[in-house]
Write a protein that binds this ligand. Structure first.
Ligand SMILES: [Zn+2]
Length: 259
């Protein structure tokens, strides 16, 4: 994570859940680029120390994910610049722009801001954890998780790569979303191949809205986190920056072309 620039200084943390339920976690206040194996902390399933090393102060976020997802054995939390830029802008990574990402990661919702290492943060994340394999945390960063350490890391890498491509495509005039029938086919493939199961259908964000794919789990996804991009001045007035206005007009022109 350090070499890829996903964390600087003592940012970020990684953990693995062992078969006996104990957690191996990166220690608090250590630069991950200089961390060595003997610095790792060991805790029980509730995060109580089983070694001299103190685990990351953000271990509660990891424990929440392990509690909500029996299938998850590893969690990677970082502040990758492009993904974190989405989190700072108040945006989810939820547009169906890349086929491989729909197959392997699904959309990445944005959890509302919560103070790191407090219940505010875990409460905001809880409703999203079951249906997604990676989350953004508003004004903070990203977390990804999986069946082992490499799957968790690879998902973090896919999240960051997708965010980067989304930002670059805006500079080229804006991304074009895949059409609903292509999304339906991708969801069929990912479920048949076992990349993601039906839980990933229940999504807080944009993939399924125009498709015929429905959520079979019966859970209602939480309402989407919409970004308040423009400042409200009261009396129903809004003010936009020049950039935001241009973006709106481009978007409107594109919708016109499609319909
Ligand atoms: Zn963090």
């Amino acid at each position: 994570m350090y070499e890829r620039g996903y964390v600087v200084s003592s940012d970020g943390n990684v953990s693995v859940r062992l078969d006996d339920g104990r957690i191996v976690a990166t220690p608090t206040q250590v630069n991950k680029g200089r961390m060595t194996e003997e610095m790792l902390a060991l805790t029980d399933a509730e995060g109580r120390a089983l070694s001299d090393r103190r685990a990351s102060s953000e271990l509660a976020m990891h424990l929440l994910i392990y509690r909500e997802r029996a299938d998850v054995k590893s969690v990677c939390h970082a502040h990758p610049p492009h993904g974190s830029a989405f989190a700072v802008a108040g945006l989810a990574i939820d547009q169906p722009i890349l086929s491989e990402v729909i197959l392997t990661l699904g959309c990445v919702p944005l959890a509302a801001y919560g103070t790191p290492s407090t219940e505010e943060l875990t409460d905001a994340m809880r409703p999203l954890v079951k249906h997604h394999n990676a989350l953004l945390m508003a004004n903070h960063g990203a977390v990804a998780y999986g069946a082992d350490l490499w799957q968790a890391f690879d998902r973090l890498e896919t999240l960051e790569h997708t965010a980067k491509i989304a930002i670059l495509s805006r500079a080229l005039g804006g991304a074009r979303n895949l059409p609903p029938d292509s999304i339906e086919k991708l969801i069929d493939i990912r479920e048949q191949a076992g990349y993601l199961d039906e839980r990933a259908r229940c999504q807080a964000c944009g993939y399924l809205h125009e498709t015929r794919v429905t959520c079979a789990t019966g859970d209602r996804p939480p309402p989407p986190q919409t970004a308040s991009r423009a400042a409200t001045n009261g009396a129903g007035k809004i003010s936009l920056t020049r950039e935001e206005l241009v973006e709106l007009l481009v978007e409107a022109a594109r919708t016109q072309r499609i319909s």
